[in-house]
Design a protein around this ligand. Structure first.
Ligand SMILES: Cc1ncc(COP(=O)(O)O)c(C=O)c1O
Length: 451
């Protein structure tokens, strides 16, 4: 779990609950929050953070939780990893900001060199810097339109690409995220995302992938938009907010073939699945496909805001002034990202693969005991547990999923939902096997309490 200051040592043994939840200090802060903070945020349960280390977090009342949410898949190196904190302090003492848009500084250049080296496609590359996932996708949408001189964008049902108006027009995870903000960007078309768990009985995984691609070829590109007016297909390697859905192996390969055939740019959104979370640097590497652009944010800087859009160099040939951001590529965020990448390379990607396999095996074993668990899926430490009322009909157990999230919290485990009825595990990539076993024990106990 890393070697934090002595006052953090009691966090090593998560969870430890000391008060009823929420405790008095948490209650007081939530009350203040509810009076002054935008009510649009989606808080599932009353956790009020005080500090954290590794995969353990302590609330303001001294309760210690095991964190399998990681601030929505962000704290990749664990909370306040000493190497990341040291890199942040070192950079902060030199300078905090100088706008990489107007001036030059080494951390941004070094990070571009790193990201161009890591991006999962051959040839020369360039990187654009922003502050978040939605901005990384916004840049990809603008780049695709600029480069191809086409307007159309194809995205997938259930996808999440962000909440700024361009990215939101691609997002189709939950209607509430779009409700009241229309009309969305025109020229955006949605295709079904292939879901192996919910494919019709008797359909092969290949046929499941083919059905989604046929919808693009036979419906969208025939009835709605001519292929020569489509700038990009934007797709998550593994669908995140939509329910941690791993598409069939053939899907991304055929999507690559289809986009190449029509001169359409393939943008893979790795905001949630990237930076080691799946046991590879990028989720798309599991599928052996080389996209044209990848977008990352979340885990790249261990918690500091940063978005990166990395493209084939020949596609990122826009002139000065075409796109920029005052804060994008902030030097402190870049320093945190460089330290994060070093840790990912040295050990954490391998840890995500090994502990992820272990976690998946132990969760699958729980399926024998709990009929509610319809499916356990994922890659590395990006794991979804889909709850169903009936394994034959696969009726979605949404209320049960919400209750499971609450029961886990009550026992000291932080998890989040994804999609309508899936529990997601997106812990820091430092999670140990022992901590993984603790998480499974709590999920097991929570499900038993609900039976
Ligand atoms: C796949 C994906 N893309 C984009 C985003 C948006 O990122 P942000 O909230 O940093 O704008 C998210 C956030 O959940 C995401 O999961």
């Amino acid at each position: 779990m890393g070697c934090g200051p002595a006052e953090y040592h009691h966090l090593m043994d998560a969870p430890q609950l000391k008060t009823a939840l929420p405790g008095p200090r948490a209650k007081a802060l939530i009350e203040r929050d509810s009076a002054v903070v935008s009510p649009s945020y989606t808080r599932s349960y009353p956790f009020v953070m005080a500090r954290g280390i590794g995969a353990a977090v302590e609330d303001v009342d001294g309760n210690v939780f095991l964190d399998c949410a990681a601030g929505i898949a962000v704290n990749s190196t664990g909370h306040s990893h000493p190497d990341v904190v040291a890199a942040i302090i070192d950079q902060a003492q030199k300078f905090l900001h100088m706008s990489g848009t107007d001036f030059y500084y080494e951390p941004q250049v070094r990070l571009a060199e790193e990201m161009n080296g890591l991006a999962p496609f051959q040839g020369p590359k360039r990187s654009f810097f922003s502050n978040s996932g939605t901005e990384a996708n916004e840049a990809a949408i603008k780049l695709a339109r600029y480069h191809t001189k086409r307007y159309g964008i194809i995205a997938f049902l259930g996808s999440f690409h962000g909440r700024s108006l361009g990215a939101l027009s691609l997002t189709s995870s939950k209607a509430i995220q779009r409700r009241g903000f229309g009309p969305p960007l025109s020229g955006v078309y949605h295709a079904p995302f292939p879901n192996p768990y919910r494919r019709p009985k008797g359909q092969s995984e290949d046929a499941c992938a083919a059905a989604a691609l046929d919808f693009i070829e036979e419906q969208i590109l025939v009835h709605l938009v001519s292929p020569d007016e489509v700038a990009a297909v934007v797709v998550e390697a593994i669908q995140g907010e939509g329910g941690y859905i791993v598409p069939p192996a053939a899907f991304h390969q055929r999507l690559r073939d289809l986009t190449a055939k029509h001169g359409i740019m393939l943008v893979v959104d790795e905001v949630q699945s990237g930076m080691g979370r799946t046991g590879r640097m990028f989720g798309i590497e599991h599928f052996g496909v080389e996209p044209d652009v990848v977008t990352v944010a979340k885990g790249i800087a261990s918690g500091l805001p940063l978005g990166v859009t990395t493209s084939r160099a020949e596609f990122m040939a826009w002139p000065p002034g075409a796109h920029a951001s005052t804060f994008g590529g902030n030097p402190v965020s870049c320093a945190a990202a460089l330290a994060t990448i070093k840790l990912l390379r040295e050990s954490l990607i391998a840890n995500a693969a090994a502990v992820g396999d272990h976690l998946m095996d132990t969760l699958r074993a729980l399926q024998d005991k709990h009929r509610l668990i319809g499916d356990v899926r994922g890659k590395g430490l990006m794991i979804g547990i889909e709850l169903v009322k009936d394994r034959d009909t696969k009726e979605r157990a949404t209320r049960e999923r919400d209750r499971l999230v609450d029961e886990c919290f009550a026992r000291g485990l932080l998890v989040l939902g994804a999609g309508r009825n899936t529990l997601r595990l997106s812990p820091p990539l430092v999670l140990t096997k022992q901590e993984a076993d603790t998480a499974v024990r709590i999920i097991d106990e929570s499900l038993s309490a609900m039976a």
